[in-house]
Ligand binder design. Structure first.
Ligand code: NAD
Ligand code: MG
Length: 339
């Protein structure tokens, strides 16, 4: 069993009163900045001059500087700009400001594990990776619950890297929910596999294939949308709450029988073999090389796929139907793109 840490395992005193720079004020960045500030820590946000983020962070009462100045002012630097932007921000703004006694932190291991960022040996390098999107990290902190997180240590020059990372997790609210120890390799590879095979890739294609199968067979797209996309949340909520058995207990016996007898025909030995193949591409670095290359050459394929994905029939019918679901309006207000 990996080590697990809870509130009694963290102490803010381990941070030694140093200022903490949060570089990037996006999904994770805004939550880390506000939670740490509300936990009484000395937070400075690193943002681009004149950017909306700069104004937002200032409006929230935070101290804001350029990423360079924030990294210079802080003892602990948490890098929360998008992963593909991190190597450039590291080279330009962070590396010149690192030295003995400083800590560089991440919320995901990609750039360290795939050596896109190689910090000098005299700094501590650690990770607190909350297992939730940023707005949940903030909401559940405010509700005094907190979200779970992973902790990993890549370099421990000071001998205090773990204590300091746990103190950070305490201030972020994560020790309330529990923090599990891992390493950068395990976090990075499992995260990529999860999002590719199950959460984003596998799930999106399963929804789309189900929807298109019904529509091609002559069923109304609206009906297909409700069956294959909308209801997924209700099922996932049950699974989240009590596991697969609880979901099966809650659905009808007919649904449960169909689940046991038909599910394994959808996700069969071939699907499992392809999952292994995809994991192999992650472990060998093939996926990382492809994605790094895509970013270096202007993201043409990526942007084209984003555009064609947004134009699919399931997206068009979904956006019409969601217009009528008043309880979903909030998504628009927070700026999630709606076609
Ligand atoms: P994000 O895209 O929401 O936010 C990044 C912010 O950085 C953006 O607001 C962007 O404007 C800003 N930015 C870009 N370039 C900048 C620069 N040069 N200087 C200053 N700011 C700049 O990113 P995110 O989803 O919060 O991801 C941050 C990190 O957290 C990543 O390592 C990611 O893997 C990790 N993470 C994200 C989630 C999640 O659910 N979003 C969960 C766990 C871990
Ligand atoms: Mg993930």
């Amino acid at each position: 069993m990996p080590n697990r840490y809870y509130e009694s395992d963290g102490s803010l005193a381990d941070l030694g009163g140093v200022a903490i720079a949060i570089i990037g004020y996006g999904s994770q960045g805004h939550a880390h900045s506000l939670n740490l500030r509300d936990s009484g820590l000395d937070v400075v946000v690193g943002a681009r001059q004149g950017s909306d983020n700069w104004k937002k962070a200032e409006a929230a009462g935070l101290r804001v500087m350029t990423a360079f100045d924030a990294a210079a002012a802080a003892g602990i630097i948490m890098l929360l700009v998008p992963d593909h932007v991190q190597p450039a921000v590291y080279e330009h703004d962070i590396a010149p400001n690192l030295g003995p006694g400083k800590t560089l932190m991440f919320a995901h291991g990609f750039n360290i594990h795939f050596k896109q960022i190689v910090p000098p040996p005299e700094v501590d390098v650690s990770m607190i990776a909350p297992k939730a999107p940023g707005h949940r990290v903030r909401e559940l902190f405010v509700e005094d619950v907190g979200v779970p997180a992973l902790v990993a240590i890549h370099q421990d020059a000071s001998g205090k890297a773990l204590k300091r990372a746990l103190a950070y997790a305490l201030a972020l609210g994560c020790l309330k929910a529990g923090v599990i120890e891992t390493d950068f390799r395990e976090e990075t590879e499992s995260d990529l596999f999860g999002e590719q095979a199950v959460l984003c890739g596998g799930c999106s294609e399963l929804i789309r294939a189900g929807f298109e199968t019904l529509v091609e067979a002559g069923y109304a797209p609206e009906i297909a949308y409700f069956e294959c996309l909308h209801e997924l949340k209700l099922i996932v909520d049950l699974i989240y709450e009590g596991g697969l058995s609880y979901m099966r207990f809650s659905v009808s016996d007919t649904a449960e029988y169909g689940d046991y007898t038909r599910g394994p025909r959808i996700v069969d030995q071939q699907t499992r073999a392809r999952m292994k193949e995809i994991l192999g591409e992650i472990q060998s670095g093939k996926f990382a090389r492809e994605w790094i290359d895509e970013n270096k050459t202007g993201r043409r394929n990526f942007l084209a796929m984003r555009q064609s994905g947004a134009g699919l029939p399931i997206e068009r019918v979904g956006s019409e139907l969601r217009e009528m679901m008043t309880f979903l309006k909030r998504k628009k207000e927070i700026g999630v793109p709606v076609q």
